[in-house]
Design a binder for this molecule. Structure first.
Ligand code: GDD
Ligand code: MN
Length: 400
């Protein structure tokens, strides 16, 4: 078995976490049975190193550890390599459909037999020597343990380019509504199989953030972050393309719908309303600059922004009801907006006449709140009503 980067990497990570050899004279408690799931695509060059280090770990810690390699039919010698080893604890699954990192991990979760499941990359960015610490976090009462680059003691290789760093930061920021974990993007984590089994039906990841999906869907609250050094991949190239980043946005939207249900619709509705106001002001300014009369400009700006808002709300806010008739929904939407507008007018004028001391702007704000609320409720429960069979997960599925 090749020795390659093993020693140097172990030394680098040594500061963050107890490594093999460390405190080896003390008796260590037995670890539960562990399934290590590794998604792979063209990792034949890296697998021998990973297997070597895992096998050291099994031996040194006397671990009951199985390795599940979930390979998307790489055709790079992975199959021959594993067959050649003939090790019963290493199981290769060659996948030809439903490809992708998260899907491969989900597949692995179904086949895992250990009490504890660990997920990690094949390219040696994630040090196998941290596995005991992840597992011990679970045995000491945590629901989820995650290898973290962003807690004290954690780090990333210096040669991370600006874009990769920035990318990771923005992605982490977007995950903030779901977890307070410092490194929710990490692909190196552990959880109990029983926790996974409770949520198995609800898993619906797209893209590559399977860890975040599991934290949210398994409702993991006691999460321990274990610092580690994220090394640059050993050999080959990252498989994470721009398309994967775009999928992450869709994933975030799905999680949002899952976690906040109808409230997520309200947030979408308000965001679309905000954008619509910008469109309205932009068109108005443009038409006036082009020499159109003020009344025509106001009317056209309202009409255009209304069509714009309708399109966005149909596509995003109420995406679960996209099968309904476009024409009916459009007129329903215009009706709901008009009702909201009338209510706004009514509330504003009532407040100003009944409470003359109140600033007209405050009265207008009350009018806006009343108008928007009715507008939203009519759209949500009448115009874009999903049929009874449309569960949250269908809405998640429809989320683009
Ligand atoms: N089965 C399968 N199918 N595996 C895949 C696929 C796929 O389509 N794409 C990538 N993988 C495997 C790789 O072979 C590797 O073992 C692991 O998933 C991570 O892929 P990389 O290509 O090495 O990703 P990365 O290094 O850019 O991203 C890593 O760091 C991110 C944080 O910065 C991963 O650990 C991510 O999970 C993590 O979020
Ligand atoms: Mn990698």
């Amino acid at each position: 078995m090749p020795q390659g980067p093993t020693e140097s990497q172990t030394r680098k990570e040594g500061t963050a976490i107890h490594q093999r050899g460390d405190k080896s004279s003390l008796p260590r408690p037995a670890l539960p049975a562990i399934s290590v799931i590794v998604p792979t695509y063209r990792e034949a060059e890296n697998l021998p190193f990973l297997i070597d280090r895992l096998s050291d770990l099994r031996r040194n810690r006397n671990m009951d550890l199985e390795l599940l390699i979930m390979d998307d039919d790489s055709g790079d010698g992975t199959r021959e390599l594993i067959a050649g080893l003939g090790e019963a604890w290493i199981k290769l699954f060659t996948r030809t459909t439903d490809r992708g990192l998260s899907r491969a991990v989900c597949d692995g979760l179904k086949h895992a037999r250990g009490d504890v499941i660990v997920v990690m990359d094949a390219d040696l960015s994630h040090p196998p020597e941290c596995i005991p610490a992840l597992v011990e976090a679970l045995t000491s009462g945590h629901d989820f343990a995650i290898g973290s680059r962003y807690v004290e003691g954690g780090s990333t290789s210096d040669d991370w380019g600006f874009f990769r760093w920035m990318n990771s930061k923005v992605a982490t920021l977007l995950a903030m509504p779901f977890t307070s974990v410092r490194d929710p993007m990490s692909g190196f984590f552990a959880l109990r199989r029983s926790a996974y089994e409770q949520a198995a039906e609800r898993l619906n990841p797209i893209g590559y953030k399977i860890g975040l999906e599991l934290i949210v869907k398994c409702e993991c609250e006691r999460i321990k972050e274990i610092p580690f050094h994220f090394c640059d991949r050993n050999a080959g190239e990252s498989k994470l393309t721009f398309a994967e980043q775009a999928r992450y946005l869709r994933h975030i939207r799905r999680l949002f719908i899952h976690k906040y249900g109808a409230w997520s619709n309200l947030v979408h509705f308000l965001a679309v309303g905000g954008l619509g106001s910008i469109v309205n002001l932009g068109i108005l300014t443009l038409l006036i600059a082009l020499g159109f009369g003020i009344k025509v400009s106001i009317g056209a700006a309202i009409a255009i922004s209304m069509v714009f808002n309708f399109a966005l709300n149909r596509r995003f806010t109420f995406s679960g009801a996209r099968k309904g008739s476009l024409v009916k929904q459009f007129f329903g939407y215009v009706g709901a907006c008009s009702l909201g507008g009338l209510l706004n007018y009514f509330v504003t004028s009532e407040v100003t006449s009944k409470f003359p001391a109140v600033y007209p702007q405050v009265a207008a704000l009350a009018g806006i709140i009343a108008g928007v609320s009715v507008n939203f409720l009519v759209n949500q429960f009448a115009v874009f009503k999903s049929d009874a069979s449309d569960t949250t997960s269908n809405a998640e599925e429809a989320a683009v």
